[in-house]
Design a protein around this ligand. Structure first.
Ligand SMILES: [Zn+2]
Length: 163
């Protein structure tokens, strides 16, 4: 009776050997059980390279190679972060449309009044089938003059208009 009781009280950790925990080798990128059969121990901790790789005695990475690897991983991180951040910003804008409406209206008034290159370019593209690339600075300048003239005729003065 007593023996049975001790059997059922075995802690879970003994049933689950550490061999089920996998560890990725930083050299060959393969996963092995996190045991001393596959990884050499450095004091208390397992080393990042598997025994296979350590035995191969590969040449150590030079400082330049290390720097390059760091640069690459940082770039990847940045790229991933950028996509994620843009997504979050978009979500935020959609949820807080009222907050951004004023800003958009202000921006629109500013661009239509100051007749920025970007605004004129978008006008030209909207009203004709011309490609953006083919529109030169001169065309933009001419369009600007035309708009200003039209505004002067239609509204008396292009500048100082208040909406
Ligand atoms: Zn390895």
């Amino acid at each position: 009776m007593l023996q049975l009781k001790t059997e059922t009280q075995l802690p879970q950790t003994i049933v689950m050997p550490s061999a089920f925990v996998l560890k990725k080798c930083t050299c060959c990128n393969l996963e092995f059980p996190k045991t001393e059969t596959y990884f050499r121990k450095n004091g208390l901790f397992f080393r990042s390279k598997c025994k296979n790789c350590l035995n191969k005695n590969l040449p150590k990475k030079t400082n330049e190679e290390k720097k390059e690897a760091k640069r690459k991983s940082h770039k990847l991180w940045q790229e991933k972060n950028r996509i994620e951040r843009n997504k979050k910003q978009k979500e935020y804008r959609c949820k807080n449309l009222d907050k951004y409406k004023d800003r958009v209206v202000k921006y629109n008034i500013k661009t239509t009044h100051s007749l920025t290159d970007g605004y004129i370019l978008s006008l030209l593209c909207k009203r004709s089938s011309v490609e953006k690339k083919t529109i030169t600075k001169e065309i933009i300048e001419q369009k600007r003059i035309i708009i200003q003239l039209k505004r002067q005729i239609n509204y008396g003065q292009a500048k100082g208009l208040k909406f």
